[in-house]
Each structure stands twice: as C-alpha cells, then as structure tokens.
Design a protein. Sequence first.
Length: 183
Amino acid sequence: MNEANAGRVVNTVKVWDAVVRAFHWLLVVAFVIAWSTGDDLKDLHQIAGYAIAFLLVIRVVWGFIGSTHARFSDFVFHPTVVILNLIDTMRLRARRSLGHSPAGGAMVIVLLVILTVTCATGIMMTTDAFWDFKWVEDTHETVANLTVVLIGFHLAGVSLASLKHRENLVAAMFTGRKRREPQ
C-alpha cells in the first residue's frame, strides 16, 4: 500500500460491513434483471425475484444481528426526525451522518417493504390460489414500477449528500469505509 492510500485508510472508519455491501450490490443486479425481463424471460425473471426474496430475508435478519450501522436500531428514526432531516437536506443544511441519515434510513425501510410486497405478489402469481388474479398482477407491476421511482429518489439523495458533504457515498458502499471526522 502506498503512502497516499495508507493516509486515506487511517482517516477513514469501517461503516458498511461485507454483508451490507454484498446485499446492496447483489440486490441492484437482481432487481435490474427482474425489472428488465418482466414478461419476456419468465424463468430468469422468477430466478431474479427469488434471489431478491432471499436477499431480503438475509438483510432483515442482519438488521437485528449485524454490525452497528447495519442494525435497524442505528437508522430507524421517528417520522418527525425524518421529516426535519428531509427539510434540512432540501435546504442543504443536513448534518453528515456516519451511518444512514434519518432520511436514508427511512428510504431503506421503504425499499425493504416495497420489495417484500413485490416478491410476495410475484410468488402469489405462481400459486394455484392466486393464479390469474388480475389484482395480484397489477399490484406486482405497480409496486415494481414504484420501486424504480424510489430508486431514483435514493440516487438523488445519495448524490446530494455526496456533493454536500464532499464524500463519495458510492465508493463507500464498495469499500465499506467513510471519512472518520464529520465535516
């Protein structure tokens, strides 16, 4: 490791553990595959959907037993705190968070819930009990498309926070490391 890289590691702290990072990037890949295949490649679509369901189970369990910043207790805030954080973010006054910000934590929860609904309705569509029920298919498609909108908000929030706090949050989700000191 050269001197420049050694200085960067010393001035950073591990925030995102390997489980969180693997979950995040595997979910990205699985969702892109599932969303882009839809009706065209049913087998691949279903495999990606089951992969998402499996990842969600792992992430929920990890939210209770994982490392500090992976735990729900670290990033689930009262709705008032989330709203105030969103207002501060829009005014470019939000404080830097080492883990998820209150708004970022809320987005994690919303995405976990909406992806769970997507998986549940997808699985329902493959059962005899719900075979050919239009409302199940419509719900599945609607929540999948809503997920794309939420991903857009997620990316906007990550971009805004990265610019405001001069910190590459995408790189942090690859390396697991963030700058030690707040700015």
